[in-house]
Ligand binder design. Structure first.
Ligand code: SF4
Ligand code: SF4
Length: 386
């Protein structure tokens, strides 16, 4: 059995969060059994981009401060960082308030250009990944995801947050290589397996910031913040993700990344094999709104080929009332299906679009929405993929 600790926390209050976290760590066997004096600890936050903290897209700065203050009691050897999708890390951290915390607490920022190659000896599609060295080599990796829905992955919590091991725009290249969602799920698991192998049993402590989560068209400006009041903690990312989807009332059958992880024995993905400790999340009665037109594994198998995706799936549409022509969407678009000319709104070549939704992730204005699902998609996916 693996353990996931649930704590209900009403607000971003430093002392309350610290208390809840210490209670959570105690239920996992105590923080002193996870981190030893003077060990190196990497805090892998969610810093998707330069978004204001009120949007609940990135790790809340007070939440980060609480974790730093607890870890500092044990070791001064702490590094914080992430690989944002587009803007450089410091700019993004300043915008979402984490940089101020890092300065106040006098913590080292990581060097995003210091890479290491890691390999998965039992990979399914990809065996090798270039990732940020200090994240992999730290004695303890603390993974700090947000609790969010995700247009491509359905939800992004602990395991998907580790896609941030890969350097900024290099992530876009992986979207092209693993263009269909199930391939993408296998790739995320190939990466996770490589990380587990490289760390040789060194702990990964996952602490999910779900005090304010994101529902609907997450994981970025398309999502809607929701006061979900949850802190989830586990040494098993797969278990944490399994409990997360259940706790917010969403459909586990659509968590294809977690399902693949369970099949590969990277963690427990069945509630029967997970001991849930702490508070009872059921009393919150959370019912997150799912991303529009999300699909089950059956539907994802059907859209494996690009021409089927083009026929069946919705595509990005620019809301010209909101768009400020910043060009971020065109810059990130992995297959260059989105283009922009000066002073014009971006244009999408739908037959080139792989439906990765990276453009919507980086849009600061929530100006990229999904078109209606084409008729063929409505017919073939109807009643199977609500
Ligand atoms: S759609 Fe969004 S990201 Fe693209 S140019 Fe407009 S505002 Fe920028
Ligand atoms: S247009 Fe958007 S959804 Fe389509 S491939 Fe480009 S980034 Fe992905």
């Amino acid at each position: 059995m693996s353990k996931v600790v649930v704590k209900i926390c009403e607000e971003y209050n430093l002392e309350i969060i610290k208390t809840k976290l210490l209670e959570s760590f105690d239920l996992l066997g105590g923080i002193n059994n996870i981190i030893k004096p003077n060990q190196s600890v990497f805090l892998k936050v969610n810093c998707l981009g330069a978004f204001d903290e009120t949007k609940a897209i990135t790790t809340n700065p007070v939440f980060l401060k609480a974790i730093i203050q607890i870890v500092k009691e044990i070791t001064p050897n702490i590094i914080v960082g992430d690989n944002p999708a587009t803007k450089e890390m410091i700019h993004a951290l300043k915008k979402n308030g984490m940089y101020k915390v890092i300065e106040e607490e006098n913590i080292t920022l990581f060097n995003p250009k210091d890479f290491i190659q890691i390999e998965n000896s039992s990979y399914k599609i990809y065996n090798s990944f270039e990732v940020s060295k200090s994240m992999v080599e730290s004695d303890v990796l603390i993974n700090i995801p947000k609790l969010k829905t995700h247009a491509l992955a359905y939800m992004t919590v602990a395991e998907k947050n580790l896609f941030g091991l890969i350097y900024g725009l290099s992530k876009a290249a992986w979207h092209v290589k693993a263009a269909d969602p199930l391939q993408f799920g296998e790739m995320i698991n190939d990466l996770y397996g490589a990380l587990l192998e490289a760390r040789k049993g060194k702990p990964i402590l996952n602490i999910c910031d779900g005090i304010i989560g994101l529902e609907g068209e997450g994981p970025s400006t398309g999502g809607t913040p929701i006061n979900s009041k949850l802190i989830l903690t586990s040494l098993d990312a797969v278990s944490l993700d399994t409990v997360a989807v259940n706790s917010v009332g969403l459909d586990y059958d659509k968590m294809f990344i977690t399902k693949i992880a369970g099949k590969r024995n990277y963690g427990k993905n069945d509630l029967k094999d997970i001991t849930i400790l702490g508070d009872d999340y059921k009393k919150l009665n959370l019912e997150f709104i799912a991303p529009k037109d999300s699909m089950s594994i059956w539907g994802l198998k059907l859209i494996r080929h690009k021409f089927v995706r083009n026929l069946f799936l919705e595509h990005p549409v620019i809301n010209t009332e909101l768009c400020i022509k910043c060009g971020e969407c065109a810059k990130i678009c992995p297959p260059k299906a989105m283009t922009i000319n000066s002073k014009e709104f971006p244009k999408v070549q739908t037959n080139q679009c792989i439906r990765c939704w990276c453009c919507a992730e980086v849009c600061p204005q929530n100006a990229i929405i999904k078109s209606k699902r084409p008729l063929l998609g409505k017919i073939f996916l109807k009643n199977r993929d609500k």
